[in-house]
Design a protein around this ligand. Sequence first.
Ligand SMILES: [Zn+2]
Length: 273
Amino acid sequence: MPELPEVETIRAQLAPRLEGRVLERVEILDPRLTRPHDLFEVAEELEGDRVAAVGRRGKYLVLRLESGLALLVHLRMTGGFGWEPASHERAVVELDDGTRVVYRDVRRFGTWLVLDGVDVEPYLTGKIGPEPLGPRFTAGWLAAQLARRRAPLKAVLLDQRVVAGLGNIYADEALWRARLSPLRPAYGLDADEVARLHRAIRAALRMGIARQGSTLSDYAAPDGSPGSMQDEFRVYGQEGEPCPRCGTQIAKTRVGGRGTWYCPRCQPLPAAR
Ligand SMILES: [Zn+2]
């Protein structure tokens, strides 16, 4: 599933091709994409509008249009954009310069929602927290979120209201960087540990963006180029490999139903203290 770095990579490739261009023809091929709204009505709302900006909030792509409307795209499991004809095409947009933009989605969980631009933030508030690389995501804010939660730390980090855009990969990488067990109750962290975690979340996401995301089974950037973050994984998917910091074998467990990788030595449970 694409996380913040993958969605940011997609945004960065879409922006120069789409900004300033008119959505000349919009063809939505799958009613699930716009549900509960009618796909023809959504296509009609978009057609003829000009793209003012391609932005991102958490894992959402936000296409701001000159009319004041905005298209909110969530890729969910397997959504993605490209310039070439693809299998599993769910929508096709032709731009006024002749570019054909394809939206493909194998598992069909992705969504397109048209909103008034002014309604985007109110719609997202309550669904996702502040941008983890933005100024509102502070160590103090993170501390307040964790202090109220008894669930395992990793499960709380996957809550999009706590860290917008963080998913399974970057949560594991951030916890390893912060030397914190994914299994610890979230409320038990001291100020120093929260500060470490705050820095680690940002560092893991920045590394992912710098490497243009990770290319696993279902993700590819619009130009088809692979990201290289998978070559930088310290723990994610590295069961049995040596920890890059201490050499201990990376272990795998499950937290909240998600595969979770960690170093048993660098990331101990605090019960031992
Ligand atoms: Zn280690």
